[in-house]
Design a protein around this ligand. Structure first.
Ligand SMILES: CC(C)(COP(=O)(O)OP(=O)(O)OC[C@H]1O[C@@H](n2cnc3c(N)ncnc32)[C@H](O)[C@@H]1OP(=O)(O)O)[C@@H](O)C(=O)NCCC(=O)NCCS
Length: 146
């Protein structure tokens, strides 16, 4: 299992650069309530979550383009799910316009937007991503075999 490295404030610049390179939003990564991690060694992948009690929005998943297709994305998401469960999170939610099949292969299931807790529905990502083009997905960590 990949070992996640927790990013602290002084590490966030590298995350911002990686997110910018992948055209993912990065201007709010320093706001409260977010935890970010890297894959720790070699070519760094990143992933994060915005936490609302027992629910969290998975966000900011990026694998450097030269390192894609080798299982790193799957490994870092699986490691994040283990870490989330360890800190008491019961459900991971996400929106994606590009990688629904990738997340489905990891165990995420399609979810209806009204099913999301209100706090998740008010995240900026949730408000900004167009419902027609973004898949909304959920991983129930109380059921998942982690
Ligand atoms: C999406 C992303 C994280 C995948 O990372 P990766 O390291 O290339 O993925 P993996 O090698 O772990 O792939 C695992 C499986 O998912 C498949 N897969 C990878 N990217 C996929 C995608 N975008 N859509 C569907 N399937 C995908 C792979 O083919 C592989 O399948 P296999 O196990 O049958 O061989 C990476 O392409 C990326 O950083 N993209 C840009 C940022 C982005 O879109 N982030 C997600 C925003 S929600």
């Amino acid at each position: 299992m990949l070992r996640l490295t927790r990013l602290h404030d002084s590490d966030l610049a590298q995350l911002e650069v990686a997110l910018d390179a992948a055209n993912l939003p990065y201007d709010d990564v320093r706001e409260a309530g977010r935890l970010f991690y890297s894959s720790g060694e070699g070519e760094l992948a990143f992933v994060g979550m915005e936490i609302f009690g027992a629910d969290a929005l998975l966000r900011s998943l990026v694998v450097p383009s030269a390192a894609r297709g080798k299982g790193l994305g799957k490994s870092i998401v699986e490691a994040l799910a283990v870490e989330a469960k360890k800190i008491g999170i019961e459900r991971l939610w996400l929106l994606t316009t590009t990688a629904a099949d990738f997340f489905a292969a990891i165990g995420f299931e399609p979810a209806a937007r009204p099913e999301a807790p209100r706090k998740i529905q008010t995240t900026r990502e949730f408000r900004d991503l167009c419902p027609a083009s973004a898949a909304f997905m959920k991983l129930d960590l109380t059921r998942a075999h982690q």
